[in-house]
Design a protein around this ligand. Structure first.
Ligand code: NDP
Length: 478
């Protein structure tokens, strides 16, 4: 089945198509998704611009009802959408079901937020004047999304953009167009006016590039890798467009000697390896106090051995395949780099063969690593984690902060004092105590510091910072 792009309220066929392949079974084609041509992206941008004035003036009730309807349909079709997501991206069915549910909750949350767009009214410092501060939509927002959360990330960018009265042109990652297409179809059938939401599938270097450089796009929200994000920032800033970037992580999980070991192992296993380690919040650096290093490694290796790496949609699978050949090559390359750097590969790190031909990899754990090794400095984005032993809490905190990234961090401890100190002093946008570094709520801000993020936070009420602009009005009292 072929799938066209949604442009100006119509499904428009492209000249060529992306072949969406199942990473659990490369013989299985999920679907063909048309690429938008340069003229079609132009058309989408014109349509979004034309739709903007009327959409910006709709009542909050209209926007709330539409977004709520979208959330309701996603929830009602949760099983089917999760199957599509697991099939095109490779996360397990349970993980995919969670992600689809999350996308629905995000639409429902922002349906309600459309009713309470923030504003303020203050007295003036001058007599006889009122001051009113309002938040207005920005205009047309270009959304560029990665492959690792094929429906949740398009949802957490699209829902606030629409709730606050903006129009959207979405370019999903070419690897996973299916979930984004399904979302576009739901938005279209919910009755959004033509041009308010547009889907343009295509290469980042072509379609993405156009969204970043075209003056008809007022703001760009991007999630993906650091090099792509940096390039987008430079090009968008040159023309004065608003930019929000969510990029990589090299997230530390600190395990202290006083930790409950079962909690430490469970939290590390989840954070490092679930969703095949393909999360920007994954715990890739496991910073462990020497006193419990041996016990922790023994517990974690035992837990890893119990994992079932197989077809994402097969019952019993706990870790699905890597997303594609090039990501698998990258993961295996880093396993070699780790070995060459002198790290000890405790287990895993090899390609696995399963009944079907897919990109299967055994979760890899390195021990005896140093924080200055490349495997601990560069984002691998696969099922690979390293143990870094430290002598005490102070060294653990220093190592946690010794990185160019700052997305998320975690600590496993029974000491309230050390947990509180860590929360205050760790240089990340999000911090977890006795919880995995990955796994967040949708009604609170998401984002990082240092090289991980740029611009206002995503999600929750903080999304208004990016998707609105502020106006201050002075009014003479009559
Ligand atoms: P990219 O950063 O390359 O891609 C993210 C999105 O940006 C995709 O939609 C991509 O399009 C688009 N894009 C690519 N180049 C440009 C450009 N020049 N201008 C505008 N948009 C562009 O990440 P990938 O998906 O290719 O993955 C590469 C690596 O990035 C991974 O191995 C991983 O290490 C990391 N990554 C990190 C993520 C995170 O959340 N931290 C998420 C995903 C990846 P296209 O469809 O062509 O890919």
């Amino acid at each position: 089945m072929t799938h066209a792009n949604l442009i100006g309220g119509e499904w428009i066929r492209g000249n060529d198509a992306v072949i969406d392949v199942n990473p659990s079974d490369t013989a299985d084609v999920v679907g063909e998704y048309d690429r938008a041509s340069a003229e079609q992206v132009d058309h989408a941008l014109d349509a979004a611009r034309q739709a903007f004035p009327a959409w910006a003036r709709t009542t909050p009730q209209v926007r709330a009802d539409l977004l709520d309807k979208v959330g309701t349909e996603i929830l009602a079709r949760r099983g089917e959408l999760a199957d599509l997501l697991a099939r095109e991206e490779g996360k397990t069915l349970a993980e995919a079901t969670g992600e689809v549910g999350r996308a629905a909750q995000i639409f429902k949350f922002f349906a309600a937020e459309a009713l309470r767009v923030p504003g303020e009214r203050l007295g003036s410092v001058r007599p006889g004047i009122d001051v009113e501060i309002t938040r207005e939509p920005i205009g047309v927002i270009g959304l560029i999304t990665p492959w690792n959360f094929p429906i949740a990330i398009p949802a957490w960018k699209t829902a606030p953009a629409l709730a606050y009265g903006n129009c959207v042109v979405l370019k999903p990652a070419e690897l996973v167009p299916g979930s984004a297409w399904a979302l576009a179809d739901i938005l279209h059938r919910a009755g959004l006016p033509a041009g308010v939401f547009n889907l343009v599938v295509g290469r980042g270097s072509v379609v993405g590039e156009k969204l970043v450089s075209d003056p008809r796009v007022d703001a760009v929200s991007f999630t993906g890798s650091v090099p792509t994000g940096r390039g987008i920032l430079e090009r968008a800033a040159r023309r004065g467009a608003k930019v929000q970037l969510e990029m990589g992580g090299k997230n530390p999980l600190v395990v202290l000697a006083d930790a409950d070991m079962d909690t430490a192992v469970r939290v590390a296993l989840d954070g490092a390896f679930f969703q095949t380690g393909q999360r920007c919040t994954a715990s890739s650096r496991l910073i462990v106090e020497q006193a419990v290093e041996e016990k922790f490694i023994a517990g974690l290796t035992e837990a890893i051995r119990k994992q079932v790496v197989d077809d994402a949609r097969k019952q019993g699978t706990t870790i699905g395949p890597v997303v594609d050949q090039s990501q698998l090559d990258q993961d295996l390359r880093y396993v070699d780099i780790g070995k060459q750097e002198g790290a000890k590969l405790a287990l895993g790190g090899e390609r696995l063969n399963r009944e079907k031909s897919g990109f299967y990899m055994a979760p890899a754990l390195f021990t005896g690593t140093r924080n200055d090794m490349r495997i601990n400095r560069e984002e691998i984005f696969g099922p690979v984690a390293s143990v870094i032993a430290v002598k005490d809490y102070d060294e653990a905190l220093a190592v946690a902060n010794d990185t160019s990234f700052g997305l998320c961090s975690g600590i496993v401890t029974t000491s309230l004092k050390k947990a509180a100190h860590f929360r205050r002093n760790v240089e990340t946008g999000m911090v977890m105590v006795n919880l995995p570094t990955a796994g967040v709520d949708y009604h609170v801000p998401f984002g990082g510091r240092k090289g991980s993020s740029y611009g206002p936070r995503e999600q929750g009420r903080y999304a208004a910072e990016f998707y609105t602009q502020v106006k201050t009005a002075y009014v003479m009292q009559s």
